[in-house]
Design a binder for this molecule. Structure first.
Ligand SMILES: [Fe+2]
Length: 695
């Protein structure tokens, strides 16, 4: 390591506000009196945001009776038994950061496995963690990483991590995962206490994982109100043995989605019962807990304090004035949303640049969550909204080149266009979007992988093709999209912004553009296109969404909550003549359309059903499973990208086996690197199991 790189390392350390451990060229035997006391480190260990020469290490060591530890020793070694230790450092811990400890280990070699552990002055040691560094920028060795989202410890088990560990331990060295990208909903801040909902959630029992000391009860659930509550929910989640083992095995790269702050949160606003309320103090508290519990390279304006967040003071002042991009100008809102910057890039060898963005802190209000949008929804078509309505609501004052219609036709009526004077929806916000596009343009990596916490692939249905008499006439002019409450409100209905990004990709001749997302609690593989028939369909990239680790998906919710006697229930969770339980027909609906669903309900024959596919409905979708749980693995080489979906059964209870339980299916979705001006082509293979309605 040269003096210059050592100096730049120290600058990085200062910018991150971390203690540093510096790698020495000659390894030595550990001198720490370490003996493992996992009970003294109840949240385990973790590492995060690896680069080719450094990685962040993390633990938490709360005081034991009468003993507040002020310093920990961290050791980094080339072997699991610490006979070849290459870095040692002393790291302070204190109550100010809830006894969490972050250390940046630097001076490391690229593409290496390292082991690390923490020890207090009495030799009480953490468990041993394993981590990896990134390959150097010119390394063309194939790489693999996993992406995950949406783990709910209140309602389910984290069997997906157990399966991931099981497979990785048995994989050949070159096939092991380099890191785990977590695309948000690492925690769910909304918690049901078991006694508040004795019937459980859908068919699941509720776990008593946390009691918020200062929580607020909303309807029948509880939400955190201060940093102590947000810290408590992270701790509760990290007590999950499968999640804790996963964090100890791989470096995690974490980005928050909505539930790290608030369910229908946007900027520093919360929304309950359709009413927005300012929550600047809670946004800062959520950021502080994220900073303390996730070892990530994040920027905070409070400066390079060691290991401390230093929350800015804010008050929950009303947010009433918005700029031309929908950004609330109230000063406390601006301070709160800028108190921690999560968007960043990560390089992983010659072939991968990961561009990670924040979809919640800067976004404008989701139009379909507005009360005025209810006028475009109907109980006869739950969750569905005409796509032309979604398009007009998204575009706001910019729709139709700045000539939005004063009214919108719906069900034979002309309804006021409440969005005609408001800016088009932005999910990234103007500043982040400019940064994102610049990174896309500048990237030298073969594959530019956008880690977008929310999905980009259109989710639509064709109720206009329903036979007359089955239900009321469809109130729209053509295809249907879905409102935010059924799982979109993401980049799939932010047509203006998505179009701007995709046009940029096309116009700059950017190839190898792939998006990976979470949030939707479903597996999707497909092509990235700004328009679908009858508009032009011109893919500029590929896109994937991973199923949730454990949070319930739409199919599960519909099985329990879609009215039993509703004429459209069977299109979503219907049964063929020979089926004994509800089937995930919604997959068929989204992929092939209503005629395929009706055929299956009549004959029970999937082949016959697919033969009636509406080819214009979803030419962008190769695979969709609205009921799938598990994780996704990306494998990248210089000339191809392949994403694998590993789908497990509904994780209602913990599987005690070493493999985390059985698989439902494993599928692979491969694309060859395309040339400028060419459209990507995605090939889907079912490798294991049956995913019958998904293709
Ligand atoms: Fe989620």
């Amino acid at each position: 390591m040269t003096t210059i790189s050592r100096r730049s390392f120290i600058q990085t350390v200062l910018a991150l506000g971390a203690t540093a451990a510096w790698g020495q060229p000659l390894p030595t035997h550990s001198k720490a009196p370490w003996h493992e006391r996992r009970d003294f480190y109840p949240e385990g260990v973790a590492s995060g945001d690896p680069q080719s020469d450094s990685v962040l290490l993390w633990t938490r060591r709360p005081p034991t009776t009468g003993n507040a530890v002020e310093r920990l020793t961290v050791e980094v070694a080339q072997d699991e038994s610490f006979t070849r230790v290459i870095a040692t450092a002393e790291a302070p811990i204190s109550e100010a950061s809830d006894w969490t400890c972050r250390v940046l280990a630097g001076g490391l070699r690229s593409a290496q496995v390292y082991w690390y552990r923490f020890t207090d002055a009495d030799g009480n040691g953490s468990r041993v963690g394993r981590t990896l560094t990134a390959p150097s920028d010119n390394d063309t060795t194939p790489v693999r990483f996993a992406f995950v989202s949406c783990q709910n410890a209140n309602q389910g088990a984290q069997n997906a991590y157990r399966r991931m560990i099981f497979e990785d331990e048995r994989a050949a060295e070159q096939d092991r995962l380099g890191f785990v990208l977590h695309l948000g909903d690492f925690i769910y801040e909304i918690v049901w206490y078991p006694q508040d909902r004795p019937q459980g959630m859908y068919g699941r029992r509720l776990r008593d994982i946390v009691r918020y000391e200062h929580g607020e009860k909303v309807h029948d659930f509880h939400i955190p109100t201060d940093v102590g509550d947000y810290r408590a929910i992270y701790r509760a989640y990290l007590h999950d043995p499968d999640l804790q083992d996963a964090r100890a095995r791989w470096p995690f790269v974490c980005m928050w989605d909505n539930h790290e702050f608030s369910w229908i949160g946007w900027q520093s606003l919360q929304q309950f019962g359709g009413i927005n309320r300012p929550a600047q103090a809670r946004k800062v508290a959520a950021n502080q807990a994220f900073f303390e519990y996730q070892p990530a390279r994040l920027y905070k304006p409070s400066g390079p304090t060691l290991n401390q967040f230093d929350p800015p003071r804010v008050v929950d002042a009303p947010i009433t004035h918005f700029d031309e991009h929908g950004l609330g100008l109230e000063p406390n809102n601006l301070v709160a949303i800028h108190s921690l910057r999560g968007y960043r890039t990560m390089r992983w060898g010659r072939n991968v640049e990961l561009i990670i963005t924040d979809q919640r802190s800067y976004r404008s209000e989701e139009p379909t969550y507005r009360t005025e949008a209810q006028a475009f929804m109907s109980d006869a078509f739950p969750g569905l909204m005409p796509q032309e309505v979604l398009d007009i609501l998204d575009g706001g004052c910019a729709y139709n080149n700045g000539h939005p219609p004063p009214t919108i036709r719906y069900g034979g009526k002309d309804i006021a266009n409440f969005r005609r004077d408001q800016p088009p929806t932005t999910i990234l916000g103007v500043e982040q979007k400019a940064w994102f596009l610049e990174r896309l343009k500048q990237s030298k990596a073969t594959w530019k992988i956008w880690g977008d916490t929310v999905a980009t692939l259109d989710m639509r249905a064709d109720p206009q093709n329903l036979p007359i008499g089955l239900t009321r006439p469809w109130p729209g002019a053509g295809y249907a999209g879905f409102d935010a409450s059924t799982g979109t409100g993401d980049h799939s209905t932010a047509y203006t912004e998505r179009g701007e990004i995709y046009d940029f990709v096309r116009d700059r001749g950017i190839t190898g553009f792939a998006t990976i997302a979470g949030d939707r609690h479903s597996f999707w593989a497909g092509l990235a296109a700004k328009g679908l028939p009858p508009k032009a369909f011109e893919p500029v990239g590929i896109a994937f969404v991973t199923g949730s680790i454990s949070a319930p998906g739409v199919i599960e919710a519909f099985e329990h909550a879609f009215p039993r006697d509703h004429p459209l229930r069977s299109l979503f969770v219907g049964q063929g003549p020979a089926d004994t339980r509800p089937q995930a027909l919604m997959n068929l609906l989204l992929r092939h359309g209503v005629r395929s669903c009706l055929e299956y309900l009549h004959s029970g024959d999937v082949q016959k059903a697919r033969a009636l596919s509406n080819a214009d409905l979803s030419p962008h979708v190769s695979f969709v499973d609205m009921g799938g749980h598990g994780y996704a693995v990306v494998r990248v080489t210089s000339d191809a990208l392949e994403t694998e979906f590993v789908c497990i059964p509904r994780p209602i209870e913990r599987s005690e086996g070493a493999d985390g339980g059985p698989l439902l299916y494993r599928t692979k979705h491969r694309v060859s690197l395309w040339h400028k001006g060419e459209a990507p082509k995605l090939e889907t293979r079912i490798v294991e199991g049956d995913a019958k309605f998904s293709v």
